[in-house]
Design a protein around this ligand. Structure first.
Ligand SMILES: NC(=O)c1ccc[n+]([C@@H]2O[C@H](COP(=O)([O-])OP(=O)(O)OC[C@H]3O[C@@H](n4cnc5c(N)ncnc54)[C@H](O)[C@@H]3O)[C@@H](O)[C@H]2O)c1
Length: 318
């Protein structure tokens, strides 16, 4: 099989991630089926997709005239069997729970045709956990998307021990066809690449806050106004080469011995969670939020990501 043989895409789980993935494949012209155990979730998935597409159209990233057709190209269902029985690839995006996902993979290996690729968007579960639940481990692979996936190009792919080269190559090519930037890990590591890096940085951010050396505002200001500006354009390892590795080594020698290495800094977050301070949803987390400031944050993030997407497309001559 190659990527051009894939016509029918089934997405299992219609939450934030599953609806976004269904939207991306439908926008690329695929026949998409979206399954969830909850009809309420399916209804809100369709509403969310239409809102996302309208926003993308307002920014000129999707043709407004295609929105009805894109949404009509997605068949919602609560039956897993009818959703996956003729799928060429299934992308599982159900709740991040090992038992739920293992159960789904057991069912998928029974219900799907013998050629179907079984992918999962797990954020951190090892690929072998999924492969071992099936009788087709060669066709199982992790495809970890970022949020909001329709404006974040990266998909981290991680192979199970028995994933075939063909499965990996087909999924890689398929993701490229729909405009994603896939990378395949040489071997799976817990948390893959992006989350490992983000949490390594967050550990130090919380360490700095816990030591009373800076406020959350200071940390966000430092990142946004320094390397955060560069990273969407040039990766940090290329920046190392611009700085000169001899310089990097000198600065590292002065800094790295003082960085946090335990998970103690996360006590700061643990205490907030215990106090019910979860972030936007509760009005308080790292900051205080009103419904207006929360909406403004969401809008600012979307507008910024749209601008970066347009800039990237212009650079690539698309
Ligand atoms: N949200 C993120 O930032 C993000 C980022 C990367 C990866 N992921 C991963 O994507 C997956 C989905 O995350 P989400 O944020 O969309 O979660 P979510 O809670 O928004 O959606 C999960 C959906 O799965 C459905 N579901 C639960 N059990 C099911 C079952 N047995 N069969 C079918 N559907 C079922 C739920 O009804 C719900 O609609 C998780 O594995 C998560 O780790 C999420």
């Amino acid at each position: 099989m190659n990527a051009d043989d894939i016509r029918k895409v089934a997405v299992v789980g219609g939450g934030l991630m599953g609806s976004g993935i269904a939207q991306e494949f439908a926008t690329a012209g695929y026949d998409v089926a979206l399954q969830d155990i909850s009809t309420a979730q399916l209804d809100s998935a369709l509403t969310r997709m239409r809102e996302n597409l309208t926003m993308l159209a307002e920014h000129g990233l999707v043709d407004a005239g295609f929105i009805d057709g894109i949404v009509a190209g997605i068949t919602p269902a609560t039956s897993l069997e009818s959703t996956v029985s003729d799928a060429d690839i299934v992308i599982e995006a159900a709740t991040e729970d090992v038992e739920v996902k293992q159960g789904l993979f057991r069912s998928l290996s029974e219900l799907c045709p013998s050629h179907t690729i079984l992918a999962t968007t797990t954020s951190a579960i090892h690929p072998d956990v999924f492969a071992d639940a099936t009788d087709c481990p060669d066709r199982v692979i992790v495809t970890h998307f970022g949020i909001p996936n329709y404006l974040i190009p990266l998909v981290e792919m991680a192979r199970a021990e028995k994933t075939s080269d063909e499965t990996s190559a087909v999924v890689f090519a398929l993701l490229e066809k729909i405009g994603k930037r896939p990378i395949v890990m040489k071997r799976p590591l817990q948390g893959f690449i992006a989350n490992r890096l983000q949490f390594a940085m967050m550990r130090e951010a919380l360490n700095i806050i816990s030591q009373g050396a800076a406020t959350p505002e200071d940390i966000d200001t430092a990142i946004q106004n320094n390397f955060g500006r560069r990273y969407g354009i040039t990766g940090p390892l290329a920046i190392f080469d611009m700085s000169g590795l001899n310089v990097v080594l000198k600065v590292a020698g002065q800094t790295v011995p003082h960085l946090a290495t335990s998970d103690a800094p996360f006590d700061y977050i643990r205490e907030k969670v215990t106090d019910g301070k979860l972030g936007l949803s509760t009005g308080e987390g790292m900051y205080h939020w009103t419904s207006e400031s929360a909406a403004a944050l969401r809008r600012r993030l979307t507008d910024g990501l749209v601008a970066i997407e347009k800039w990237t497309r212009a650079q690539e001559g698309q």
